[in-house]
Design a protein around this ligand. Structure first.
Ligand SMILES: Cc1ncc(COP(=O)(O)O)c(C=O)c1O
Length: 448
C-alpha cells in the first residue's frame, strides 16, 4: 500500500519540482483543474503592470513597433511550436479556439471542394465524435451548412470504420475533454489520408500536457487554447497551425486586415499574407497576449528539466497514483473510472463516474455535489454533466463517455504527489461523511 511518506519521497525526487515555484497558487488549495483554467504564473502580475503602465501608458501607439506588439502572435507561435511538433513560421496565437476552428474547417472544406473532381464520388461528410467538446460540433454545424456537408457524429470505436471515400474532413479532439481518452493521431491521420480525407485536430487538452508531433503525424490543421495547460490566463489567445503544404492554398474566411499581405498599404482589395500570418483576422488583445508569454516562458524553462518527456513521465505517475489511491481508499461509494488505464490511450486528466441513483433523493449520480464539497475543502476539480447519449448500437452509454463526470486535471508543472495523496483523502472523507448531501453543494452554479 502506498503511504503519505511514499508520496513525499516522490516529491523530494521530482526533478520538475522547482517549476512549481513559478506559480502563484493560493495557500491550502490543491489545484486539479488546470485542464480547464491553468494556474497563474507568478510573473503574470508584473507583466500586466508593465504592459499597462509602460507599454500602453507611456509607449502609447508607439508600442506596436517599439514593444514588438505587431508580431507578438507569430513570435509566441514560434516559441511554442516545438511543443506540438511544428516548425518555425507554422503557428500563430490569435482569437479563440472556436474562431480558429471555424477558419481551419472552412479552409479544409474549400480545399476538399477544389480537389474533388466531378467524376469522383462526392465527399460530403464531416465526421467527428459525439462526445467532442460542444463548441467544436456547433462550429462544424455552421461550416456544414455553408459548404453543403453532412455532420456525422460517431462513438470513438466507430471512427476507424467510418474513414471512407465519402468523407471530406475528420475533425477530432486529440484528448477527450470528458474522459481524457487520447486518439492515436498518427494512425488516425494515416488512415484518413489513405482515403483522401483531411484531418483537423483540436489540441485543447493536449498542448503542454502530452507529446504532440503534428509534422510527424502529417496532420493537416490543428487548433487549441492556451488557458488550460499553457497557463495563459482566462480567455488568453488560442493558437492555429496549418501544414505548410496547405497554408497557402486558400485564404481563411475571416479575411481581416491583419491577415493581409500588406496591412499598412490600406488597399481596398484583400491579398492574403503568405504563411500562417493569413490566419490572423484583426487587432489582437495585447494585454492578454503579453501575459500568455509568462505561461509559455515556463515551458521554455521546462526544457532544461527534461522537457515534454519529463512532464509526460510525471503526469502519468501522478494520474496512475490518483487512480490507484481512489481504488484503494474510496471503495464502496459507486465510483468508476471513465479514463482509459493504458498510458498511450490517455491524456493528463482522470475522470471518475458515479452510479446513477446514488445522488440526493436517488435523483442523480451525486457527482456534482461531491465536486462542490471537494471545492469547499480546497480541492478544486470540476464536474461535467452526462449527455445521456448512446450510440445507435447502444455501446456509447456503457463506457462512461456520456455519464456524469468528476474531472481531475494533473498539470505536472505544479501538481505534486503529496497533493494527490491529500486530494484522495478529502474525497474519501467527503464520501464517508456524506457532507456532499448538504443543500449548498446541491445547488447548480452557472459554471460547473
Ligand atoms: C476541446 C475543447 N475545444 C474548445 C474549447 C473551448 O473553445 P473556446 O476557447 O473557443 O471557448 C474547449 C474548452 O474547454 C475544449 O475543451
Amino acid at each position: 500500500m502506498t503511504t503519505l511518506q511514499d508520496c513525499q519521497a516522490l516529491d523530494a525526487q521530482d526533478a520538475l519540482r522547482p517549476l512549481r515555484e513559478r506559480f502563484a497558487l493560493p495557500e491550502g488549495v490543491i489545484y486539479l483543474d488546470g485542464n480547464s483554467l491553468g494556474a497563474q504564473p507568478k510573473a503574470a502580475a508584473a507583466r500586466v503592470a508593465e504592459v499597462v503602465q509602460q507599454e500602453w501608458g507611456q509607449g502609447l501607439i508607439r508600442s506596436w513597433n517599439s514593444a514588438g506588439w505587431i508580431n507578438l502572435p507569430e513570435r509566441l507561435g514560434d516559441q511554442f511550436a516545438p511543443w506540438i511538433g511544428a516548425g518555425a513560421g507554422e503557428v500563430v496565437f490569435t482569437d479563440t479556439t472556436s474562431i480558429n476552428l471555424y477558419k481551419v474547417l472552412t479552409a479544409a472544406a474549400r480545399i476538399v471542394r477544389a480537389d474533388t473532381r466531378e467524376d469522383a464520388p462526392g465527399r460530403r461528410k464531416l465526421i467527428s465524435e459525439r462526445s467532442n467538446f460542444p463548441t467544436d460540433l456547433y462550429i462544424a454545424q455552421s461550416v456544414c451548412q455553408e459548404y453543403d456537408l453532412e455532420l456525422v457524429l460517431l462513438e470513438p470505436e466507430e471512427i476507424a470504420g467510418a474513414l471512407q471515400a465519402d468523407v471530406a474532413i475528420c475533425m477530432l479532439t486529440h484528448v477527450n475533454y470528458r474522459t481524457g481518452a487520447m486518439h492515436d493521431m498518427a494512425a488516425v491521420t494515416a488512415a484518413a489520408h489513405a482515403q483522401g480525407i483531411l484531418c483537423v485536430w483540436d489540441l485543447c487538452h493536449s498542448a503542454g500536457a502530452v507529446p504532440v508531433d503534428l509534422r510527424g503525424a502529417d496532420a493537416d490543421f490543428a487548433i487549441g487554447c492556451s488557458y488550460k495547460y499553457l497557463n495563459g490566463g482566462p480567455g488568453s489567445p488560442a493558437f492555429v497551425w496549418a501544414h505548410p503544404r496547405l497554408i497557402n492554398r486558400f485564404w481563411q474566411p475571416l479575411s481581416g486586415w491583419f491577415g493581409h499581405a500588406e496591412p499598412f498599404k490600406f488597399v481596398p482589395d484583400y491579398h492574403p499574407a503568405q504563411g500562417i500570418q493569413r490566419y490572423l483576422c484583426g487587432t489582437q488583445p495585447m494585454v492578454s497576449m503579453s501575459v500568455l508569454q509568462c505561461g509559455l516562458d515556463i515551458y521554455t524553462e521546462a526544457e532544461q528539466f527534461g522537457g515534454m518527456d519529463a512532464l509526460r513521465a510525471k503526469s502519468l505517475a501522478l494520474t496512475d497514483l490518483f487512480i490507484q489511491l481512489v481504488e484503494e481508499r474510496c471503495q464502496g461509494h459507486g465510483l468508476g473510472l471513465a479514463t482509459p488505464r493504458a498510458h498511450a490511450a490517455r491524456g493528463s486528466q482522470v475522470c471518475l463516474t458515479r452510479e446513477e441513483g446514488l445522488g440526493i433523493d436517488g435523483q442523480d449520480s451525486g457527482a456534482y455535489a461531491i465536486v462542490q464539497a471537494l471545492i469547499a475543502r480546497g480541492v478544486i476539480g470540476d464536474f461535467r454533466a452526462g449527455s445521456g447519449a448512446t450510440s445507435q448500437d447502444g455501446k456509447g452509454g456503457g463506457t462512461g463517455l456520456h455519464k456524469d463526470i468528476l474531472r481531475f486535471g494533473f498539470t505536472p508543472l505544479y501538481v505534486g504527489f503529496e497533493d494527490v495523496w491529500n486530494a484522495v483523502g478529502h474525497l474519501r472523507q467527503v464520501l464517508e461523511s456524506g457532507e456532499w448531501k448538504r443543500p449548498e453543494f446541491n445547488t447548480i452554479n452557472a459554471v460547473t
